[in-house]
Design a binder for this molecule. Sequence first.
Ligand SMILES: [Cu+2]
Length: 214
Amino acid sequence: MQYKLSLIFILGIICSLSSGHIRLWEPPGRSTLWRDPRFAEFNPPMNTGDDGVYCGRILQPPVPVNCGVCGDPFADPVPRPNEHGGTYGNGIIAGRFRAGQEIQMIAEVTIPHNGSFHFQLCDELPESNDCFVGKPYLPITTAEGTFFEFPVVDSRPFWVNGTMRLPPGVSCRNCVLRVNYRSGMMGECDDGTNDYGCGLQQNFRMCADLSISL
Ligand SMILES: [Cu+2]
């Protein structure tokens, strides 16, 4: 137990020293557009912490309760930096697609902490928590198979290179794609025991603007 606790402590230090954990390259997240030369003409604002947008470092239950809709600190004034109308949410369309299309998906997990991530699509602007609640998870296909929740099992930084199926019949001039990565570190379960993935976890989010036609 002593060993486990000190391990958690050490991991906590590693986490707090580095921003880090997931970056959405394709379609590029709002905070990552600046890294992509295809969008240089739009002069997207630079966010070097684009892989560390995690609810202001506040750990979250399985359904996040105090986290910005696109991962910013909940206490930030709305629109928060990664939300539509915020610093990084200035309506630059990261990709133009057709409803139901299978699109490329590239994500970089810069610090893996077990757990899993999923994608959802909101068809309203500004995006809202209510819009994402209940929306289906988009199927992600890689060499490993097809997943609605993509499991993070590697212990070293890795890339996920695959495809993702957009929902059929959903179109919008500016849809909002969101990735949500919940870590699977040691935590307290409902029955009082400790196990990986239980209790409060780090929760990363990133939103991207897509234009989807029928
Ligand atoms: Cu971490």
